[in-house]
Design a protein. Structure first.
Length: 578
């Protein structure tokens, strides 16, 4: 017996939501939901789902869907399921399932006890397929994949019927059962819906519902050798779970008539599919096929490489879930595709870390400074602010001594125009410290600068000179004797052109990989207070940007990834666009 459209689906709470939520924001999806609640459709319930296929790691594009589906459920006092559409064992792995669960949790969302798999429903999906066959709405086809494509026709020409389309119901039932029993090789037969080979929508030209695939499934093992297609399993899984609003990206808009057709033919509970524009990001590829190639071909060092747009890669780079959620919120929900600026994402990261990250001093390319008038062997402690944006962050002590390291870029022997940092005879302020003046430049036999001899003014500790003289620059530093060695990895865009997906010039997207996407600095120096810093902890290296402790860090070696620079390109883009 087929469940009716008003049957109470699996794990559904039929109580109406008490409120719409607190955000007050609206978009076309919210307007649809508001109207459905007003008219009592779905009994006033709101239930969504996030349905990833476990054939790769989640990326920033998935984050938009996660935030939308879980966010709507939260705002309308509804529910959101996490469901794996695990219908293709040839490409799916437990590793991917585990990573997806971890990523959704990391973003801050909870599906409670509603973790589902399409494979949970394989028997029911099979029985529904049998029902379609009995109703004359599905048939077993012997055409191979290439022949099916040829028979389908084109956008301007109708398709033609398969010579196997008019098999009897009993023959189709027998063949479908034999398919299930594993009596046919892969690719020799499929189950197709019998709809309309002349339909202007190619998705309705007798689409494939089941194919033969002798492959072990991560959850069901070798129990099945036929697997439902996504377009078939998706709607029925939504129906079983009591989903009210099945939110998909725009590429599924042309698939919606098939979603509706199958549910209508079965006469079961019918959710509503709604499509929105997916996230596209410049200087980035989000095609799972291309991301897999980047990993498998060794262009990156794995799915969690900080140059990858995967959530695991962004997490390792130091991006926060709050920043990603804010980014998705800024993007909004639209009906037409567009490409977002990666500078907007970086802006959101910078805004979040500005409030939360502790400030520390680090020298990436050290240049030694000797204060000739500072007592040898003396060490004093200076007060440094942990985070000026957080009044509760307090302060810390940093050691100061005769020998320091400053940034190579903060010295110029022959200063260029508008260069106000250290140069021979010029005075600058050391952050939280004293005025220093360069008196002598020491070079090696090749003429490379190896050391600066400077003097300091003890009367300028933490303030201005008593005689009123001013300096035009403040630079950061670390005390040489107490500084910790560190490796710092500077990450830039993985691609060197805004749209690496554009193949109009005939080149593969890998041709646009940025050869300078990673620079490793192995002689960096950081404050001694960073000893024991835990992987994942984010800091602002003053004047340099935001950095995150990498998991490669050990007790003997600190490793940092640059999360984002301090330069706000998004503000410049906004200003230039008016």
């Amino acid at each position: 017996m087929m469940p009716s459209n008003d049957a109470n689906p699996k794990n559904v709470d039929n109580t109406s939501p008490e409120s719409q939520g607190e955000s007050g924001r609206t978009n076309f999806i919210r307007e649809i939901i508001d109207e459905d609640i007003k008219t009592g459709k779905f009994g006033g319930r709101v239930q969504t789902r996030f349905p990833p296929e476990p054939n790769g790691y989640l990326h920033i594009g998935h984050a938009k869907s996660i935030c939308l589906n879980f966010g709507l459920a939260m705002d309308y006092n509804g529910k959101c399921n996490l469901r794996f559409d695990d219908t293709n064992p040839a490409k799916e792995e437990q590793e991917y399932i585990d990573s997806i669960i971890n990523d959704v949790r990391w973003l801050g969302y909870d599906w409670e006890d509603r973790l589902f798999y399409a494979s949970d429903y394989f028997e029911q999906l099979y029985q529904w397929a049998v029902h379609l066959i009995k109703d004359g709405k599905a048939y077993v086809d012997d055409l191979d994949a290439q022949q099916i494509r040829e028979y389908r026709g084109t956008l301007t020409q109708p398709g033609k019927e398969s010579p196997y389309r008019n098999r009897s119901v009993q023959e189709n039932l027998d063949l479908f059962e034999q398919m299930r029993k594993g009596e046919f090789p892969d690719g020799t037969r499929v189950l197709r819906a019998k709809i309309d080979m002349a339909s202007p929508n190619l998705n309705l030209r007798d689409p494939v519902l089941y194919r033969i695939l002798h492959a072990d499934h991560p959850r069901t093992g070798d129990k099945w050798c036929i697997y439902p297609m996504y377009d078939y399993a998706h709607g029925q899984s939504d129906s079983i779970e009591g989903v009210t609003h099945s939110i998909c990206t725009l590429e599924f808009e042309d698939h919606r008539p098939l979603y509706d057709w199958v549910l209508d033919q079965l006469g079961i509970y019918h959710p509503q599919q709604i499509e929105f524009a997916r996230l596209n990001l410049n200087y980035t590829v989000l095609s799972k096929r291309k991301l897999i190639r980047l990993v498998q071909e060794g262009h990156v060092k794995g799915w969690d490489d900080p140059r990858m747009p995967s959530l695991s890669g962004l997490r390792r780079r130091g991006y926060t879930p709050e920043a990603i959620r804010n980014f998705c919120d800024m993007l909004g929900v639209a009906k037409s595709n567009s490409t977002a600026e990666i500078a907007m994402l970086e802006y959101c990261v910078r805004q979040d870390l500005n409030k939360s990250a502790l400030r520390v001093m680090s020298v990436l390319k050290p240049l030694k400074v000797v204060l000739t008038n500072y007592p040898a062997g003396q060490v004093e402690e200076l007060d440094a602010i942990n985070n000026p944006e957080d009044p509760n962050a307090g302060s810390r002590k940093v050691p100061f001594s005769r020998e320091l390291y400053i940034e190579q870029d903060d010295f110029m022997e022959v200063p260029a125009n508008k260069f106000y940092r250290l140069s021979p005879g010029r005075e600058v302020r050391l952050r939280y410290g004293f005025f220093i003046k360069c008196e002598e430049v020491i070079k090696d036999e090749q003429g490379n600068i190896t050391e600066l001899r400077c003097t300091y003014d003890p009367a300028t500790r933490g303030g201005d000179a008593p005689d009123g003289r001013k300096v035009k620059a403040t630079i950061h530093w670390v005390s040489a004797a107490q500084a910790l060695d560190a490796e710092v990895r500077l990450y830039n865009n993985l691609f060197d052109r805004p749209n690496p997906n554009d193949d109009s010039d005939g080149k593969d997207f890998t041709a646009y990989i940025n050869p300078n996407s990673l620079e490793v600095l192995s002689t960096a120096k950081v404050e001694p207070g960073l000893a024991g810093a835990k992987a994942g902890t984010g800091y602002q290296f003053e004047r340099l940007g935001y950095f995150c402790v990498d998991p490669d860090t050990t007790a003997d070696k600190l490793v940092f990834n640059r999360t984002v620079t301090l330069r706000d390109d998004w503000a410049k883009i906004q200003k230039s666009s008016g």
